[in-house]
Design a protein around this ligand. Structure first.
Ligand code: ADP
Ligand code: DP6
Ligand code: CO
Length: 362
């Protein structure tokens, strides 16, 4: 190690959240954090909804430390999921040289150097907008940058992020991304994310924050109870998701929004049905969430085609997918029913609101 004792080496990386249209709910193996079914999501990579993670390393540091949104989180730092990310990337570390080609840290040095990690989410944490996905993807991305890690097979970084939080493996890629369930062979190395469609340029996501409070039941705990008690969940994983996922991939490749929308809404409904079938039941959606379902349903039937698709993760907040051409219209309608402070949105076309108001009263 050739660095001065007081030097600090620092990297910052960010990762976006992703919102599943075919949901992951239930673990096949809690140690490796693998799912009972494959899933598919849209990475919201054109937005500001991100986790931003900075890691500093120095010979001066005497222990690892971690802050989330400015608050030190010692328990989380020492949790198996967090350690799996640090150790997983450390195994793929390379030597670090400076611009002149001098060795600064060797692979061996990395094992003895302590990390100070700070992460901020630009959106509500633990509220059902996939903060764990953005958070662990940003952590793994920052560790990869810090350690100059190199994958030994394609998708290996996503298998590490998966061990932090399952949904995080999908945030390692942009566009539409699948998480293939994988098999127990070779420690589930094939349970990884895979890009399905790099881009669907007209696809838009509207986020409706119903509540930014921390949910009562974390995704990890909720899905464990569902696996133990819901027969509907087992049926869904084995008999519904495989064909639905295939149909969804086809719809994405064909940019068939109508089919995409129908499958998205059906899958969200079924995921929340499995939560209700869990004993004791879990309620992530609330009355406002259900009003949003109704507005989208009436809007689609008024349009005579599926122009909007709602989906709810493990929380009351809605994500509505639509195509660019309907974005303004839909946003105006939603803002009418859920007004937001004046001036927060500029340039929005509100001319259609009167029409929408009458149609929704039917
Ligand atoms: P969400 O729906 O927001 O993903 P989860 O219950 O799945 O909710 O996960 C929330 C948990 O994820 C937080 O309590 C925290 O432990 C972890 N988490 C959230 N953001 C980050 C982050 N930026 N870095 C590391 N861990 C994070
Ligand atoms: C409803 O990935 O947060 O958002 O692996 O235990 O961290 P852990 O769970 P997490 O679960 C996400 C559940 C979901 C659906 C999805 O993103 O596919
Ligand atoms: Co999560």
């Amino acid at each position: 190690m050739t660095t001065a004792t007081n030097s600090i080496y620092m990297v910052t990386m960010s990762a976006p959240t992703n919102i599943a249209v075919i949901k992951y709910w239930g673990k096949a193996d809690t140690h490796y954090n693998t799912p009972i079914n494959s899933s598919l999501s849209v990475t919201l990579d054109q937005t500001e909804l991100r986790a931003i993670t900075t890691i500093a390393v120095s010979k001066q540091f005497t222990k690892d430390r971690f802050w989330l949104n400015g608050v030190e989180e010692d328990e989380l730092l020492h949790s198996p999921r967090f350690r799996a990310c640090i150790e997983g990337v450390q195994k793929l570390a390379q030597d670090h040289y400076d611009a002149q080609g001098n060795l600064i840290y060797s692979k061996e040095d990395w094992k003895h150097l302590h990390l100070h990690i700070s992460s901020y989410n630009t959106f509500p944490t633990a509220a059902g907008l996939a903060s764990s996905a953005a958070g662990y993807a940003a952590l793994v991305a920052a560790l990869c940058q810090l350690y100059h890690a190199v994958e030994t097979f394609p998708g290996e970084f996503s298998t590490i992020a998966r061990q932090g939080s399952g949904s995080a493996c999908r945030s390692m890629y942009g566009g539409i991304v699948a998480w293939r369930q994988g098999t127990p062979k070779q420690e589930w190395r094939d349970s990884k994310a895979e890009p399905v469609l790099e881009d669907w340029p007209q696809l838009r996501a509207l986020l409706l924050v119903v509540s930014d409070s921390k949910k009562d039941t974390s995704s990890t705990t909720g899905m464990q109870t569902s696996v133990q008690t819901s027969m509907l969940l087992q049926y869904r994983a084995q008999h519904i998701v495989p064909a639905r996922l295939q149909a969804m991939e086809q719809a994405c490749h064909a940019r068939d929004f109508g089919t995409f929308a129908q499958l998205t809404m059906q899958d969200s409904n079924q995921f929340h049905a499995t939560c209700l079938d869990t004993y004791p039941p879990i309620f992530y959606m609330n009355d406002i969430s259900r009003q949003i379902v109704r507005i989208v349903t009436v809007y689609n039937s008024w349009a005579g085609e599926l122009r909007a698709a709602y989906t709810f993760d493990a929380g009351p907040n809605a994500v509505i997918y639509c195509l660019e051409q309907h974005q303004q219209h839909l946003a105006a309608l939603l803002c009418h029913y859920f007004p937001i402070p004046k001036g927060a949105l500029s340039g929005l076309d509100t001319s259609s609101m009167a029409l929408e108001e009458s149609l929704l009263q039917a």
